[in-house]
Ligand binder design. Sequence first.
Ligand SMILES: NC(=O)c1ccc[n+]([C@@H]2O[C@H](COP(=O)([O-])OP(=O)(O)OC[C@H]3O[C@@H](n4cnc5c(N)ncnc54)[C@H](O)[C@@H]3O)[C@@H](O)[C@H]2O)c1
Length: 422
Amino acid sequence: MNMTTVRPSLHAGMVGMGMIFDETYRPFFERVQRESLFDHRFGAIDVPLVAVASRTGHRAEAYRATAGSKIHPFESFSGSDGIDHLIRTGIDFACVATPDDRHFTVAKKLLEAGVHVLIEKPSVLRLQELDELVSLAQSKCLLAKVVYHKLLDPDHKKLRTLVADNVLQHVNHGYCSLLEPKQVSGSQFAEWITGRNPGTYVAVHYIKLIDFTFGGRLKTIAATGQRGIVGPKDGPTWDSTQLRLIYEYDDGREAAFDIHTSWVTPDNFPGYVEQEVQFRFDNGVWNGHSRKRGVECTVEGETPISRKITMNNHYNGTFLEPWGERSQRGYGVEVLERFARELAYVKFGGDSAEQPVRYAEIQSLAYNDLAADRQTVAAVQALEAILEHQAAGEPDCVVRVGTPDGKLVLYRPGNSTPVVLC
Ligand SMILES: NC(=O)c1ccc[n+]([C@@H]2O[C@H](COP(=O)([O-])OP(=O)(O)OC[C@H]3O[C@@H](n4cnc5c(N)ncnc54)[C@H](O)[C@@H]3O)[C@@H](O)[C@H]2O)c1
């Protein structure tokens, strides 16, 4: 007897086909196309990439041409109604990797249409937007998740483990820095850079790391920044930013964190991005430097421009595996697969009557759920508002998070009328 079994599948869509698609989504979709996903709770399932949407469609066509049979045949939509066409293909979930100020509109359309979403960091730029997406997702029992891949970095997992096990006790203060090369602001993001800042783009990784690892209540946000390279010295586009967050913990004690970011580091810097953290505790110090994990490699004529001297082989590296296979792997790819597994578990991980229980279980995961992204979005919203006031000639504003209402209020020096942000 010839029996053909059709495997369950999750039809995927992709919105945005830029740098991050190429670095992490592409290797994820190609691997799952080749190997499917397996888990004893849901068996083997297929996750074909069936449709993509982007601004012009050019990079989608270039990808189709180079990927060949490595990827499922996909439809490509562009222009203002690209998302509507994407939705009509009947996708189960979509990944949103557009510039960050466009995440909200795209994610809202997808959720309204009953599509689960995975959004690149930062999820959205305002708490009003976050709350709208969260209630939309919950009312329709949809997953709405955000990608913070640094939480899956083995070094950050170790930090969190030591904190959870009370080996490192009570964080007091910390410093994080992430410096991107000039080519990011100068060419890669040229289309959407005006009015933007590197803090929203990358400090958010560390805001989330601090928020997720140490918990506590975000109380105060202060920030400043520099201009003059990416845009005019008095314009709205920032070269670098310095953000300060104050948290309070259950015992009433506080901690302060400074996060410095830039996207004007020279392109011939030895590492692609410079990432450093230092956290000080009652009984210890944690120092991390992603570029100094151990490897320095020089190749005449290649490093440090086309190939970096210090490479992050943990995030997303291309490898020749010991068993002969070529692979691209790392925590940047792992975090996407994890989302697909979570969704597959909700949909196919047992009796359909129990699906709401599985949904609640996955929705409660604070590392990626939109509902748990409030303090991170609050910090981003405050940073953007402080920089906006600085650009308008009103520097040194401070944002406080009210208790118990959680309202974000901006205070301006010399002005007794506060501005309620949310
Ligand atoms: N996790 C990380 O470390 C990391 C790294 C880089 C970027 N990102 C995030 O990924 C997102 C995209 O960044 P990128 O570096 O890939 O940017 P990019 O500029 O290289 O690509 C953006 C893509 O979005 C598409 N796009 C723009 N507007 C659109 C719209 N309205 N509808 C549909 N498509 C649209 C463009 O056509 C392009 O394909 C950002 O949110 C960024 O913060 C995350």
